[in-house]
Design a protein around this ligand. Structure first.
Ligand SMILES: Cc1cc2nc3c(=O)[nH]c(=O)nc-3n(C[C@H](O)[C@H](O)[C@H](O)COP(=O)(O)OP(=O)(O)OC[C@H]3O[C@@H](n4cnc5c(N)ncnc54)[C@H](O)[C@@H]3O)c2cc1C
Ligand code: FES
Length: 274
């Protein structure tokens, strides 16, 4: 793995440990050989030697540059191999790529973050950044949902978030069980009690496409302006650097112009929720 100006060069990276978050999602804590500095919203490409590579948005603090974590859902070839990795194994990382959340623009405003399922992974990194500047927001809301309690990412850490004075947080599951005493229903059902100034507020939505679609329609119905709704578009990607055209969305390449877009930029494309 070399780092010689070639855009596909990889940073040799050691897996420090692996946390089994849910039956299908593992978090890998890794140490790149040289600092990999990203901003919340940006993604990296992770290569498993001899297998291939795939894009992931780090779930760790962007301010921590000597380590990086990704939370990976097992869906196919590369992610299955990533799930087989253990401490001491070596992978390659390249990036960061793409757009970040415009955090400076959020200062002085009310911020609503809506997450679903695997979308909690990139949002954890965003939330760390928001917590670091939380004195600059009028208020900060987090509304998250997943299918079942056992699929809730970072469940123990979330218990700590629920105690924070600077965060108004509610989580829901589609289907409860005896470990769950919170709300039951899809994530849009826990947005009704969000009492914020939607005219100037910011809404951030991240999750599976179907959840993104209905959560976006809900925040529009609540009165958020198109340009104040931020979506993270995880379209199929290959090169990650604007060369192959795989991630095209209308006039944009999601890897270069996104993955973070304002709804106003992309709302007219029919393939937005595919
Ligand atoms: C910017 C970005 C950030 C991402 N961040 C994360 C993350 O933090 N955690 C995480 O678990 N996943 C994330 N993904 C999705 C992840 O990249 C895919 O799950 C992965 O590429 C699948 O590779 P595979 O070889 O295991 O699956 P494949 O064998 O290639 O495909 C298996 C299935 O997954 C679907 N699929 C393949 N690639 C993608 C893709 N890029 N997006 C959605 N579905 C896909 C295929 O259509 C197929 O149904 C992100 C994707 C993008 C574009
Ligand atoms: S992934 Fe190749 S152009 Fe975006």
């Amino acid at each position: 793995m070399c780092t010689n100006g070639n855009p596909y060069s990889l940073i040799r990276t050691e897996v420090l440990d692996v946390i089994e978050e849910t039956p299908t999602i593992k978090t890998l804590r890794m140490k790149p050989e040289k600092a990999l500095v990203f901003r919340a919203g940006q993604f990296i490409e992770m290569a498993v030697p001899g297998v291939g590579e795939a894009p992931f948005t780090p779930s760790s603090r962007s301010s921590q540059t000597d380590e990086i974590s990704v939370s990976v859902m097992r869906v196919g070839t590369v992610t299955q191999e990533i799930h087989r990795l253990g401490s001491g194994d070596i992978v390659g990382l390249r990036g960061p790529y793409g757009s970040e959340y415009p955090l400076d623009e959020f200062a002085g405003r009310e911020v609503l973050v809506v997450g679903g399922g695997c979308g909690f992974a990139p949002l954890r990194s965003l939330m760390y950044s928001l917590f670091e500047m939380s004195d600059q927001f009028k208020s900060l809301y987090f509304r998250g949902g997943c299918r079942k309690p056992g699929e809730l990412l970072y469940r123990d850490e979330m218990k700590g978030w629920a105690q924070r004075d600077d965060l108004n947080m509610v989580l829901t599951v589609d289907e409860g069980d005896d470990t769950w005493d919170g709300p039951v229903g899809v994530v849009t059902t826990i947005l009704d009690d969000v009492d914020m100034d939607v005219a100037s507020g910011v809404a951030i939505v991240c999750g599976p496409p179907i959840m993104m679609k209905f959560a976006t329609f809900k925040v529009l119905e609540m009165g958020f302006a198109d340009e104040n709704i931020f979506l993270s578009m995880e379209k199929n990607m290959s090169c990650g650097i604007g060369k192959c055209g795989h991630c095209r969305l209308g006039e944009y390449y999601c890897c270069k112009d996104g993955p973070v877009f304002r709804y106003s930029q992309i709302k007219d494309y029919s393939e937005i929720w595919d």
